[in-house]
Design a protein around this ligand. Structure first.
Ligand code: 5RP
Length: 239
């Protein structure tokens, strides 16, 4: 099967397969969103079927919930689960401090809530996601529809006071209509190119009325598992 995959999928698959090795019988897991996280759901389902592992999963999006159920995983809500053992998710970027930009798939709100409710967050990615400075990937901000223009203006003013290389803001679209998140909100993408102080910016963004959450994951990720298309792996942990 491995040889038939595209080189991108091979990298995602090996990272996902390694990450699910951390899963033990009886665990409650956060299930991330995106193409890499989808490989994790498949690998998890394989372990459940082969080893009879009993696990429960809290999906971070409708997409992931559908895939998990299709593959026979037991899906529960975060409120039913309480605290989670591990969340495994993809990322759009990560830096040397294991801080992340997430939300390329528009699921950052549920992803951050679920990861924050987990004892450990494992991020799976390919080598392209590793950056020296966060910000080349547009930073997604989930915002309420009410007063959207006002929130956007306040975000623009806030950016002027922060050390970022770019300041363009675009509305996330799905075809001709604005993209709507699972929670019924919108996404603004901030084209910052480089963020000098991600923690400071993350805090400031969440002070803007109408901002529901931002895609900077600061001090949440514990381990990054990087996969390459030749099947090799690298792991970066916080400690
Ligand atoms: C979704 C996310 C994804 O984890 C992120 O966009 C990476 O996706 P992919 O694995 O498809 O590259 O944050 O909101």
């Amino acid at each position: 099967m491995f040889a038939e995959l595209s080189s991108d999928d091979r990298a995602k698959y090996v990272a996902a397969k390694r990450a699910v090795e951390f899963v033990e019988d009886g665990m409650r897991l956060g299930l991330g969103t995106g193409s890499t996280a989808a490989w994790m759901v498949r690998c998890l389902s394989e372990r459940v079927q082969k080893e009879g592992l009993r696990i429960q999963g809290v999906p971070t999006s409708t997409r992931t919930a559908i895939l998990a159920r299709e593959l026979g995983l037991e899906v529960i809500t975060l409120d039913e689960a309480g605290r989670l053992d591990i969340t495994i998710d993809g990322t759009d970027e990560f830096d040397a401090n294991l801080n992340l930009i997430k939300g390329g798939g528009g699921a950052l709100l549920q992803e951050k809530i679920v990861a924050s409710a987990s004892d450990k967050m494992i991020v799976i990615a390919d080598f392209d996601k590793c950056v020296t400075h966060l910000g080349q990937f547009p930073l997604p901000i989930e915002v309420l529809g009410f007063g959207l223009k006002s929130s956007q203006d306040q975000i623009a003013s806030l950016l002027a006071a922060h050390d970022v290389a770019g300041r363009d803001i675009t509305m996330r679209m799905a075809g001709n209509a604005p993209f709507v998140t699972d929670e019924g909100n919108y996404i603004l993408d901030l084209h910052l190119d480089q963020i000098s102080n991600p923690a400071k910016l993350a805090f400031a963004l969440n002070q803007v009325p109408g901002v529901v959450e931002n895609g900077l994951f600061i001090n949440i990720c514990d381990l990054v598992v990087l996969g390459a298309s030749d099947g090799t792996l690298e792991e970066y942990s916080k400690n």
